[in-house]
Design a protein around this ligand. Structure first.
Ligand code: SF4
Length: 250
């Protein structure tokens, strides 16, 4: 027999026994789905029976209690933040395989794991946020956490309406809509920016927002060629560079 400590209390138990079995026989409620007492070797597939253990002076660690054997001086914590985090993560992973499972939904509920993901088209790749910060330099998008999930949201008033985020988004979760004189950029039902559209000085087509043109103007101070042509849409600017006249204004 050996003495182990469970949640700060001493227990005299048989040596070399499954910790999971010992915990349960001493009234601890440890979840598991892949453990069966009739089967010899536990495989720790569901990872739900996580507990925090410490052996002698070694630092504590999260371990699967089905795979731990009892031994002298073993210290076990069954309800720490680390334990809860490990079990929540396991529940999330299991839910990905069996989202309709009543057993899992019940477990998720007791560990506060969100189960009702509303797909919103965004895969959280953060390309939009990164391109807006690293390439455009407008910092108009940020990530926030809402009820445990990450969301891309606009930074109020920061969007210049360039449309780079919508163009780079691999799932078209960010939309850019040019309607007559107005450009609207949005994600889900949130508006990132609404901008008037300026006319191209060459062909008269509406093509860019004043904020974007102003931004280019300041960012290209040292490039007079680009600066000269930024009031032209890309097609007219190309013609200019080739020495031709742009299309007449409409
Ligand atoms: S459209 Fe607005 S949010 Fe999107 S990249 Fe340009 S500045 Fe950033």
């Amino acid at each position: 027999m050996v003495t182990i400590v469970i949640d700060g209390k001493d227990y005299v138990v048989e040596e070399g026994h499954s910790l999971l079995k010992v915990l349960r026989s001493n009234g601890k409620n440890i979840p598991s789905l892949c453990y069966h007492p009739a089967l010899k070797t536990p495989i720790g597939a569901c990872k739900l029976c996580a507990v925090e253990i410490r052996v002698k002076d070694k630092p504590s660690k999260v371990a699967l209690s089905c795979a731990v054997k009892t031994g002298e001086g073993l210290q076990v914590e069954t309800a720490t933040a680390a334990v809860s985090m490990a079990r929540s993560k396991a529940i999330q992973q299991l839910l990905a395989f069996a989202p309709q499972s009543g057993t899992l939904l019940k477990l998720a509920d007791s560990y506060g794991v969100e189960t009702s993901f509303q797909p919103d088209g965004c895969i959280r790749c953060l390309l939009c946020e990164r391109v807006c910060r690293e390439i455009v330099g407008a910092n108009a998008l940020k990530t926030v956490k809402r009820e445990g999930r990450k969301f891309i949201v606009p930074v109020e008033g920061a969007c210049i309406g360039c449309g780079t985020c919508a163009n780079i988004c691999p799932t078209q979760a960010i939309r850019i809509e040019d309607k007559e004189t107005v450009r609207t950029i949005s994600i889900r039902d949130e508006i990132i920016g609404i901008h008037p559209l300026e006319r191209c000085e060459g062909c008269g087509k509406r093509f860019a927002t004043p904020k974007f043109l102003e931004y280019i103007h300041h960012r290209t101070l040292h490039h007079p060629d680009v600066k000269e042509h930024h009031q032209y849409c890309p097609s007219c600017a190309k013609l200019f560079f080739k020495g031709k006249q742009p299309m007449p204004s409409i």
